[in-house]
Ligand binder design. Structure first.
Ligand code: ATP
Length: 323
């Protein structure tokens, strides 16, 4: 069954979270316009303590604008934003917030340690507390042995790790990261996601934007997809699959030559490619192969795919997610 994009939007705020612990982040009807252009058109969402959220959306969907509004870097046009129950407009509310921007924001003429000290001081840390936190951060990003090297000598992945550590020197309750793994090799990406998992285990809520769907699927507790300034999906990956494409497997067959007619049970995506969908692969696949063999169709290649976030994203937005 195909559902409209709006049909899987907005996970409802759980009673338990509301009554027992304040939500780490609660946004209601957030709007932001740049002149006549409405970049955010009424965003409502919430994040629980220690939850890891992947915020996805095609280019221009409004992800960076949303992060900038939460972090107070952009004035909102309408709506409310609360951090741990306090409006971000209240004094000190943003003490609970850590932000890692998309662009690298570290000093290349300072060492890793000096960068961490500098950002720690900006967040009000001094003396022993600051030094303890610097040591914690160097260990967390696994750069203790490079602490006194200039960051200009670091690889892209190492700079990213320092950049992230600068955003958490004050031990915020919630951390926002805009594309923390952009341009980073797969090994460094894994390391960054390991670091974030550790923070979440220690109780920090994480909201990150990413163009890496596999990691978003594996390393988040919930996925929020926005498009054209609206939340179009909000839920765990299994819920999103159930609400959109369903749990069938997709079988793609590449065949020799071209078909005169499309066989029953299949769609043709190219003249020599067939697509079939099944909830019962073990029973259907042998039957399909027999059916094609009897028609004289020779199979060159066969690929079975389980439903994934990539399929959900395509279904909801009609677009690929590109870096
Ligand atoms: P991407 O994945 O490409 O980074 P995004 O989802 O982060 O995109 P935003 O950068 O938030 O999207 O942009 C949302 C919309 O607002 C886009 O149409 C963009 O052109 C517009 N926009 C963003 N910043 C400004 C600005 N400072 N002035 C005018 N328009 C802006």
């Amino acid at each position: 069954m195909s559902l409209s994009p709006r049909s899987c939007a907005q996970e409802t705020v759980p009673e338990k979270a509301v009554s027992e612990k304040p939500l780490a982040l609660e946004i209601h009807d957030l709007r932001k316009s740049y002149g006549a252009h409405e970049a955010l058109r009424g965003i409502s969402l919430h994040i629980r303590p220690a939850e890891r959220i992947a915020l996805l959306g095609p280019n221009g969907a409004g992800k960076t604008t949303l992060i900038r509004c939460i972090s107070g870097r952009t004035e909102t046009s309408q709506g409310t934003i609360k951090l741990f129950g306090k409006s971000i407009r209240q004094p000190n509310a943003s003490m609970q917030l850590g932000v890692v921007p998309q662009e690298l924001a570290i000093y290349s003429d300072l060492t890793a340690r000096e960068n961490l000290e500098c950002f720690g001081r900006l967040h009000g840390l001094r003396g022993r507390k600051l030094q303890e936190r610097v040591l914690w951060a160097l260990k967390w990003i696994a750069l203790e042995d490079r602490a006194d090297d200039l960051t200009s000598q670091f690889s892209g992945g190492m700079k990213r790790r320092v950049n992230i550590a600068c955003g958490v020197m004050h031990a915020p309750g919630i951390l926002l990261l805009d594309e923390p793994t952009v341009g980073v090799d797969p090994q460094s990406r894994q390391r960054i996601f390991d670091m974030l998992d550790q923070l979440s285990l220690e109780g920090t809520s994480i909201l990150l934007t990413t163009h890496h769907l596999e990691e978003a699927e594996q390393r988040s507790d919930r996925i929020i997809i926005i498009d054209h300034g609206l939340v179009i999906a909000d839920g765990k990956i299994d819920q999103l699959i159930d609400q959109t494409i369903g749990r069938h497997k997709q079988v793609q067959l590449e065949i020799e030559g071209e078909l005169n007619a499309i066989p029953e049970n299949f769609q043709a995506t190219e003249p020599n490619t067939l697509l079939g969908f099944t909830h019962n692969l073990a029973d259907d696949l042998p039957l399909w192969i027999q059916q094609l063999t009897e028609m004289g169709v020779r199979i060159k290649n066969l690929e079975v795919q389980s439903p994934s976030l990539h399929h959900v994203f395509l279904h909801l937005t009609g677009r690929e997610l590109r870096e």
